[in-house]
Design a protein. Structure first.
Length: 251
């Protein structure tokens, strides 16, 4: 078995530590290293590793943002690495995802490798579910998202929340509308809603969320529903069920 591995950490000594430990494991092959989250996303997409040792705290884009960007159909096994224990480590145990707390010794590292080998021999369909469960649990403890990572025409972009006009469900994806651009995000509308700041974003329809700062007015439509008119001229149906969500901003 040749297990392709990617090492992601913004500190060179930390990357070197993992690489040196893996030298004693002939069935593991290091495909590459990444120094930050953006490099990690690009490397995972290009190299398709089976295992990723993923540092949590990195400047610009942390390990959880990297995890969110990964497609469920090409999800590597993730081992989160952190120097701190305040990142809700109990959540990792609940979701059966592994983590390493720096500094870790060779014995603890080998236990992680044994667990990875076992998982590869007996793959579970619950890995993606476990990761999503973990991210949802962490969302309950973290502040609202400030930006989202999207892929567009072969490029990887950050879309800041204040740039978003409205959001629409697209099956298991969502479409972020920002000015003249639309970006597809690999998250359901329900999951995304939990990450947004409720003081800025509100649900107006079962398949739409709007940035209240972009709303110009609300006008009557048909069958008792209403229309939300945005500053850019876009009209969105406002269901009676969600009308109160916007009315609370009227004061």
């Amino acid at each position: 078995m040749n297990i392709g591995t990617l090492i992601v950490d913004d500190e060179a000594p930390a990357r070197r530590r993992i690489r040196d430990l893996l030298k004693a494991e002939p069935d593991f092959s290091v495909l590459g290293e990444a120094r930050d989250g953006l490099e990690a996303v690009e490397a995972i997409d290009k190299l398709r590793p089976q295992i990723v040792f993923l540092d949590i705290q990195m400047p610009g884009m942390d390990g959880f943002e990297v995890a969110r960007s990964l497609p469920a159909d090409h999800l590597p096994l993730l081992v989160f690495v952190t120097a701190y224990d305040q990142f809700a480590l109990a959540a990792f145990d609940v979701c059966a995802l592994d983590y390493l707390v720096k500094p870790f010794d060779a014995g603890r590292f080998r236990k992680t490798l044994d667990r990875l080998r076992q998982t590869l021999r007996e793959p579970s369909a619950d890995l993606a579910t476990g990761l999503q469960r973990l991210l949802r649990k962490l969302d309950e403890e973290r502040p609202p998202a400030e930006r989202f990572l999207v892929k567009s025409r072969g490029r990887i972009l950050f879309v800041r929340c204040e740039e978003i006009d409205w959001i629409e469900a697209a099956g298991n994806y969502t479409e972020l509308h920002a000015g003249d651009n639309a970006y597809l995000l690999r998250e359901t509308l329900e999951t995304l809603e939990n990450r947004l700041d409720p003081r800025r974003f509100v649900r107006i329809h079962r398949s739409r969320i709007v940035n209240v700062d972009r709303v110009r007015e609300i006008v009557a439509w048909d069958h008792g529903d209403y229309c939300v008119l945005l500053q850019n001229g876009v009209r969105l149906r406002l269901s009676r069920r969600y009308k109160a969500n916007l009315e609370r901003f009227s004061g």
